[in-house]
Design a protein around this ligand. Structure first.
Ligand SMILES: Cc1cc2nc3c(=O)[nH]c(=O)nc-3n(C[C@H](O)[C@H](O)[C@H](O)COP(=O)(O)OP(=O)(O)OC[C@H]3O[C@@H](n4cnc5c(N)ncnc54)[C@H](O)[C@@H]3O)c2cc1C
Length: 405
């Protein structure tokens, strides 16, 4: 039977980082990955450009039952460490408003350089391999389809269920639960919001910089500013993605969910009201708005206020102007769901952080068992935070698992 110091299940971002950091401490390291390559999901990140970290970093960019769990790992391996790590691999960074990409803007280059580093460190890699059993016997004995491996330590870095075509199918969950670990409900996050609102259809394909407020049973639970993309049957764009994990959990509880869209977050009531006053009396209600929102949005708002789009400002009643302003600043859209894990960039939920030591990523239940990456009940906001979590948690798990008893 082959034996290894550290066996890593899952060869994605966090698994590769765990392997490299364990190997750095002179451990014999093995990765088991059921895809035919390492790092498949990384290829799709940042629209193929790989937004691998963000210069604005901190606990506040993370969600989960206990977001503070990330603090220790982020300080052990920070965004600056990530940039330095990639620089050593020959990947220089490109800074786009704090969002960091490889200078080549190629996610494939990241995967190639990581895979080469794995090879150079002499890390054993078993691809196209599935686990069929894990038992504790003087370490861990892991049965694969073609071999058994005895490992002193084991790191689960299998991700959750997001981007299933990249290999995240939940097939390792049973082994983790067999060790006595529990999972916080897993839901899609960083994903499109679904809505049957008929007015959205008229805006499909349009983008706007908005402030979005999310309400659960009429209580505000989240707000953010950013770009929204209107779809035939929902909302996309960064601002909708950021809201999506809250939507997923609220709908799972059976709550009523809606968002309000402020199309003019920088304008005051007076700024808007003046557009309908005497200087503009000759304009149509729609054209009074086209200096502050796109023509499509102006038309949609006037129609939703039940006003004919050709009505002149001079003929608008105060009540009608109030309605237009209300819609500009708080266009309500009922949300019926999110798209599935297939389309989501991450999954929220995962292995309960109460059961993991944040300084080492070691299980508090089974000594020698570690976790890394998205598998843990932590999800980051859009902008490089999820990969940074994968690098930081992977680094800590690998280093801790490689330590001698
Ligand atoms: C389309 C898309 C775009 C994204 N863009 C960004 C971005 O620009 N910036 C950012 O920060 N984040 C982005 N993310 C999120 C980011 O990619 C993930 O959070 C990150 O890859 C998680 O790393 P991980 O190692 O935890 O899991 P993964 O990268 O998902 O790796 C898990 C690995 O485990 C393997 N595996 C699973 N089960 C088993 C098993 N039983 N046996 C063996 N192997 C197994 C899987 O095949 C997979 O290779 C994006 C995600 C997607 C889907």
């Amino acid at each position: 039977m082959k034996s290894t110091d550290v066996l890593i299940v899952g060869g994605g971002a966090s698994g590769i980082m765990a392997a490299l950091s364990a190997a750095e401490c002179n451990a014999d390291v093995t990765i088991v990955e059921h895809n035919d390559m390492l790092g498949r999901k990384i290829l799709s990140t940042g629209n193929g450009k790989c937004n691998f970290t963000n210069m604005k970093m901190g606990v506040e960019y993370y969600r989960g039952s206990n977001p503070a769990f990330v603090a220790s790992a982020l300080s052990s391996f920070s965004e600056k460490d990530t940039i330095e790590f990639f620089k050593k691999l020959g990947i220089y960074s490109k800074n786009k408003n704090g969002y960091m990409y490889p200078y080549s803007e190629s996610a494939a280059s990241v995967v190639t350089c990581l895979a080469e580093a794995v090879r150079a460190k002499g890390i054993h890699v078993y691809l196209n391999e599935n686990i069929s059993d894990i038992r504790v016997d003087n370490g861990f004995v892991v049965t694969l389809s073609k071999r058994e491996i005895c490992a002193r330590r084991i790191i689960f870095a299998t991700g959750l269920l997001a981007g299933r075509k990249c290999g995240c199918d939940g097939s390792a969950f049973q082994y983790i639960e067999n060790f006595g670990h529990t999972f916080i409900d897993i839901v899609p996050a960083l994903v499109h919001l679904k809505s049957e609102d008929s007015f959205l259809k008229s805006l499909a394909g349009n983008r706007a910089e908005i402030k979005l407020k999310l309400y659960e049973n009429d209580n505000p639970v989240f707000e953010d500013r950013g770009e929204a993309l209107f779809l035939e049957n929902g909302l996309s764009g960064i601002v909708s993605f950021q809201a999506s994990r809250f939507v997923s959990y609220a709908l799972k509880k059976g709550s009523k969910v809606f968002v309000t869209l402020d199309f003019v977050p920088d304008l005051s009531l007076d700024d808007i009201r003046v557009l309908f006053e005497s200087d503009n009396a000759y304009k149509s209600a729609k054209n009074a708005l086209i200096g502050i929102v796109s023509e499509k949005i102006a038309e949609c708002i006037v129609k939703r206020a039940l006003i004919n789009i050709d009505t002149l400002c001079a003929d608008l009643r105060k009540k009608e102007i109030d309605k237009i302003i209300e819609l500009l600043q708080g266009f309500k859209v009922n949300i019926t769901g999110t798209r599935s894990f297939e389309d989501s960039q991450v999954a929220a939920g995962g292995v309960n952080t109460d059961e993991i030591c944040p300084e080492s990523m070691e299980s508090k239940i089974v000594p020698g068992l570690y976790f890394a990456g998205e598998l843990i009940d932590i999800d980051g906001m859009c902008g490089g935070y999820n990969l940074q979590w994968a690098w930081s948690s992977g680094y800590v798990a690998g280093k801790s698992a490689a330590k001698d008893d």
